[in-house]
Design a protein around this ligand. Structure first.
Ligand SMILES: NC(=O)c1ccc[n+]([C@@H]2O[C@H](COP(=O)([O-])OP(=O)(O)OC[C@H]3O[C@@H](n4cnc5c(N)ncnc54)[C@H](OP(=O)(O)O)[C@@H]3O)[C@@H](O)[C@H]2O)c1
Length: 339
């Protein structure tokens, strides 16, 4: 094989992202230099943060340039190695983006052990989303037994881990998800005491009814109508971990009644501690997370679910659908076959 495929950013979205913002390209297979490896992608991870990378302008990471491959993490097989640390056939976690193949520096790659867990989990429950859930609960919210916690996007890659870990730690987790099927799954499999449908117009009243003692912790993944419903329920000295705001990554996310003065007043009057965080600032917590959650996944005590799109060309549509709830669990793309 001498050629590979990749999906590039064709244009920047005006409002909601659309299929025409992406383009599938064929390119020459890159050749690894000293210290590098050539990789063949097996799994591509699709994550909400990628929507932000499509915009120009300052953020915590530089934007993807027009004509560049979309950024992203993959699980890949080493096809050719020019570094003694890795051999052909090894499976690694790499950041080569939306591409069938790529070249990466061997020293930056994490080698995976397929005996420990299916390698796709390195992009989900045992990867960046699981790590994010663990850091948000332990280091940002500093969750405590007996507290009531609300978790948005409750069945997604981050929320599904957060709900289960909060329950195991003795909290009362209340999930918020889109639709009856996801809400039933959240209660039956993810440890949520109750899960409310954010599409239900009565969601705010229902949240008040199921949190008679208020809300101590809010794991914020969503913004929009969910934030609007949770803020008035926060207890004095409550904590909010601002992890994401996926409702506002697309148009029509709701939350129209929220105003800056209103939010600020709530934070003051209830003496809330509100902290944003990005998981890549917490690399030193990856190993403690893996030490705790890895064995639980291996023993089947932590459940996870994956939504799989087939083929690299399916990535744009799967990504756009994920932003509005089309995924059920961690969204992946199967780009290549298992070794
Ligand atoms: N801070 C960090 O370092 C970090 C790291 C990873 C992820 N994140 C953030 O964490 C959040 C979850 O990420 P993820 O990877 O786990 O994605 P995910 O939850 O697997 O997928 C996104 C989900 O967002 C929900 N959603 C979309 N629009 C919504 C709306 N208007 N109202 C309520 N829910 C809506 C949908 O679930 P429903 O069908 O249930 O509505 C959708 O499935 C995102 O905000 C992401 O940006 C942050």
């Amino acid at each position: 094989m001498t050629q590979c495929q990749r999906i590039v950013l064709a244009s920047r979205p005006q409002g909601d992202a659309a299929p025409e913002n992406f383009r599938l390209e064929t390119a020459e297979l890159p050749a690894p230099e000293e210290g590098e490896v050539l990789l063949r992608t097996i799994w591509l991870s699709l994550d909400p943060y990628m929507r932000g990378r499509m915009n120009a302008g300052p953020s915590y990471a530089p934007p993807v340039e027009i004509g560049e491959a979309m950024a992203g993490q993959v699980v890949a097989e080493v096809v050719e190695s020019r570094d003694s640390r890795l051999q052909a056939g090894d499976i690694v976690l790499a950041g080569i983006g939306w591409a069938s193949h790529g070249v990466a520096e061997a020293r930056l790659l994490r080698k995976l052990d397929p005996e420990l867990a299916p390698v796709s989990t390195a992009l989900g429950v045992l990867g960046m989303p699981g790590h994010t859930a663990w850091v948000g609960l332990n280091d940002i919210l500093r969750m405590d037994s007996g507290e009531t916690i609300v978790i948005g996007a409750a069945t997604g890659a981050v929320g599904s881990v957060a709900g289960q870990l909060a329950k195991r730690a003795g909290l009362k987790p209340v999930g918020i998800a889109g639709g009856a099927e996801k809400c039933a799954y959240a209660v039956e499999h993810l440890g949520y005491d109750v899960c409310l449908d954010h599409r239900d117009p009565g969601m705010a009243e229902e949240l008040a009814a199921v949190t008679p003692q208020g809300v101590d912790c809010y794991y914020e993944n969503v913004g929009g109508d969910v934030l609007q419903a949770v803020l008035p329920r926060m207890n004095d000295h409550g904590r909010i971990a601002v992890c994401g705001m996926v409702a506002w990554y697309s148009a029509g996310g709701g939350g129209e009644a929220l105003t800056v003065p209103g939010i600020w007043r709530t934070i003051l009057v209830k003496r809330l501690r509100v902290q944003g965080f990005l998981v890549f600032d917490h690399a030193n917590r990856l190993q403690p997370f893996l030490d705790e959650v890895g064995p639980l996944v291996g023993a089947g005590e932590i459940h996870y679910r994956e939504s799989v799109a087939e083929g690299l060309e399916a990535a744009p549509e799967a990504f756009l659908e994920m932003l509005t709830g089309g995924n059920f669990g961690k969204q992946l793309v199967r780009v290549g076959s298992d070794p």
